[in-house]
Design a protein around this ligand. Structure first.
Ligand SMILES: [Zn+2]
Length: 154
């Protein structure tokens, strides 16, 4: 199968999250067959739920859609490096490939911090591809944290 990036859809979800006053991070879960199973942006404020990160929401929705607690063969696209909580959930869900945009020196758990996937307690590590759509993801986050309306949103 020809590789198709779904980072554009993840960025769309990130922009929508920012417009709702949430930290602008978006995620998309794609089945082994290339079908989009779930797409979401952060909803921690809306749901009053500190675990409602974009990755957690798409993992929950995709598992519900498939009727399985495993997402073997699935690809996860997320605009920002997952935090340790989300990285652990990605490992538990057996996601096959993780594509992320911006790196997160402050809260990331993949390439820095606890480096969840290379920790000896990680029973499953996805293939990881970083830096995809990173410039746009970073611009969204910078604009959000500067308290500015993103020039990239309409
Ligand atoms: Zn997270």
């Amino acid at each position: 199968m020809v590789f198709r990036s779904h980072m554009d859809l993840a960025l769309e979800q990130a922009r929508a999250a920012g417009a709702r006053g949430e930290v602008p991070v978006g995620a998309v879960l794609v089945s082994a067959a290339g079908e989009v199973l779930a797409a979401a942006g952060n909803r921690t404020r809306e749901l009053s739920d500190p675990s409602a990160h974009a990755e957690m929401l798409v993992i929950r929705a995709a598992c519900a859609a498939l009727g399985s607690e495993r997402l073997t063969g699935c690809d996860l696209f997320v605009t920002l490096e997952p935090c340790p909580m989300c990285a652990a959930a990605i490992s538990f869900a057996r996601v096959s490939r993780l594509y992320y945009g911006a790196s997160d020196p402050k809260s990331g758990g993949v390439a820095q911090g606890p480096r969840v996937f290379s920790h000896p307690q990680a029973h499953h590590a996805p293939e990881v591809y970083d830096g995809i759509g990173a410039a746009e993801a970073e611009a969204l986050l910078r604009a959000f944290f500067a308290g500015l309306r993103s020039p990239l949103s309409n």
